[in-house]
Design a protein around this ligand. Structure first.
Ligand SMILES: Cc1cc2nc3c(=O)[nH]c(=O)nc-3n(C[C@H](O)[C@H](O)[C@H](O)COP(=O)(O)O)c2cc1C
Length: 178
């Protein structure tokens, strides 16, 4: 079997079909966040693994949502959005937040901030955000969120993140630092 290291030739002009891209992207592990807000008295939100920290000044993060998302058009109208970095015990909550809209928050413990942003309880970090900018990005929209408030658990608690990798959930194994 050749690896990228033993086979330096990366063929150009390939047929980059979505399945092939998804498979390759799956090698890149990521955390997962919940993006949510209360709209007309109801919780609205979704799970996103595309979260990235972007800038410290101004404080920006990004998520990348499908143009086809039925939830984003509603979420983007909220004055504040809550973003929660999910913990490794949140796998079921995460699946739920990506599933049928009517049941996304059923039985999920969450908190509504003053501006309506929703954060999932027992997450690792949470952000209260406003939408800074939206950038067209193919079949997705790159959404820059400006942070208005930040909170996180104590690192010494040893709690780990939910890790999304090859379409499944994993947790980080603590390693011994040398
Ligand atoms: C682990 C995980 C990560 C996800 N990450 C994203 C993401 O980054 N961007 C996105 O558009 N959808 C993502 N989804 C799918 C959304 O959570 C949701 O299912 C999708 O937006 C369809 O619902 P909607 O039409 O209500 O938006 C993810 C789902 C899971 C389970």
């Amino acid at each position: 079997m050749s690896t990228l290291a033993t086979n330096p030739k990366l063929t150009t002009n390939q047929d980059l079909d979505p399945d092939r891209l998804r498979e390759a992207f799956g090698f890149f592990p990521s955390g997962v966040v919940a993006v949510a807000a209360e709209i007309d008295g109801r919780p609205v939100g979704l799970a996103a693994s595309s979260f990235t920290s972007v800038s410290l000044d101004p404080p920006l993060v990004s998520v990348n949502l499908a143009v086809a998302s039925k939830t984003w058009p509603a979420l983007r109208t909220a004055p504040r959005l809550g973003v929660t970095v999910l913990a490794d015990h949140h796998a079921a909550v995460c699946r739920q937040l990506a599933g049928p809209v009517a049941a996304r928050f059923a039985g999920v413990a969450y908190t509504v901030a003053a501006g309506g942003g929703i954060t999932i309880d027992d997450g690792l970090a949470r952000f209260d955000c406003t939408v800074h900018r939206e950038v067209d990005a193919g079949d997705h929209v790159l959404i820059l969120l400006e942070l208005q408030a930040v909170d996180h658990v104590d690192r010494s608690s040893g709690q780990g993140p939910l890790v999304f990798h090859h379409s499944g959930f994993e947790r980080l194994e603590p390693t011994v630092r040398t």
